[in-house]
Design a protein around this ligand. Structure first.
Ligand SMILES: Cc1cc2nc3c(=O)[nH]c(=O)nc-3n(C[C@H](O)[C@H](O)[C@H](O)COP(=O)(O)O)c2cc1C
Length: 339
């Protein structure tokens, strides 16, 4: 059965996409992922801070040549000027990876603030990126910004990137809004070709022995797929033709099937590949084919089959599921008190 999929207007051979992770940080990694069978590869993110650093370096370079800003050039410590140019490295990766594989290579741009850094998107597209995945990663902590202003900034960052490129732009966003659905709809209205749900906020933890805060990257669990699936099911029939990607907790063909049933165009995978190797893609594809054959339906029929139907109240649907879940918990564990 054909697994051909359309995502962000791109034609993919199947709906399994390698999500941004260290696996695609070099050309060999991208080739390995493509050979393993993924439909597209997302590169790890180019960070706003790296782009801004290059802007500073460029400015200093010009100033040095013009010999007009002597003081400015000595203001920054020398080692900073000698830092490896992360932007150049990233552009080389995009160029070489796009030339090396026959699946779309999607560049990822990660930032949180407004500014000229977003114009780098045009260079990513010129280097061969089939699309830009814009990861708007606003870390909680600024108590002076209202929810509305954070949401408006998301839309503005998208507009800046959208305005800089002709290739499709997807926004990878966090689920932590008072109404994630409205933010999603606003982003699509402002020109996002797709949404990637969701970003993982890598929460630091506290080590009680060393009494210190420890940042950490940890892998997902299959349960992590429930939240993105819930929102994808809600949004599928609310955002017109924009694409939806599910990311988080896809460890098996069953998880991919769940994402598709919720309404995802593609399901992205990172943790399972990091843990078990790229061979997992083949197993997922085989399992997906077997499942589809069992349903007797094509991909187009199963995709979104369990999405909230247009016009239905998503709130009522979710609320009904919540009430039902608590009722079955009561039956199993007895009265849940205040719940
Ligand atoms: C080690 C590691 C590095 C990651 N780096 C990036 C990144 O550079 N940009 C990004 O948007 N997401 C990044 N992610 C998030 C993944 O792309 C993915 O969205 C997330 O891990 C959820 O998918 P999973 O459950 O399949 O891991 C990273 C995840 C991991 C585990």
């Amino acid at each position: 059965m054909s697994l051909a999929t359309r995502y962000l207007g791109l034609e993919l051979r199947n709906p399994i996409v390698a999500s941004a992770s260290p696996l695609s940080q070099d050309v060999a990694g991208v080739v390995a992922l493509a050979s393993a069978g993924v439909g597209a590869v997302v590169l790890p993110s180019l960070m706003e801070e790296v782009v801004r650093q290059r802007e500073v370096d460029d400015f200093l370079e010009v100033a040095r040549h013009e010999d007009a800003f002597g003081e400015a050039t000595t203001y920054f410590p020398e080692p900073l000027l000698d830092e490896v140019d992360g932007v150049g490295q990233y552009l080389t990766l995009v160029r070489e990876a796009a030339a090396a594989v026959d699946v779309p290579v999607i560049a990822s741009l990660n930032g949180a603030s407004l500014g000229g850094w977003t114009s780098i998107a045009s260079q990513l597209a010129a280097a061969g990126a089939a699309a830009i995945e814009l990861n708007i990663y606003a870390v909680p902590g600024d108590l002076s910004m209202t929810g509305a202003s954070i949401e408006a900034r998301h839309v503005e960052i998208l507009r800046q990137v959208r305005g800089a490129v002709d290739v499709p732009v997807a926004v990878k966003l966090s689920p932590y809004f008072s109404n994630t659905g409205i933010v999603a709809r606003d982003l699509v209205a402002a020109g996002a070709d797709g949404l990637v749900l969701f970003n993982r906020f890598l929460q630091p933890d506290i080590n009680p022995v060393t009494m210190s805060v420890e940042p950490g990257v940890y892998l997902s669990r299959p349960e992590d797929g429930r939240l993105p699936r819930a929102w994808i099911a809600v949004l599928r029939n609310e955002i017109g033709g924009a694409s939806l990607a599910a990311t988080g907790g896809a460890w098996s063909a069953g998880d991919v099937a769940k994402g598709l049933l919720a309404g995802a165009d593609v399901v992205m995978v990172a943790s399972a590949l990091l843990e078990h190797g790229v061979g997992v893609v083949g197993e997922m594809l085989e399992g997906l084919q077997a499942w589809l054959a069992g349903t007797g339906l094509g991909l187009d029929r199963v995709r979104g089959a369990l999405a909230v139907p247009a016009g239905d109240s998503a709130e009522a649907t979710q609320r009904a599921g919540y009430v039902e879940a608590l009722a079955s918990a009561r039956a199993r564990w007895g009265d849940l008190g205040h719940l």
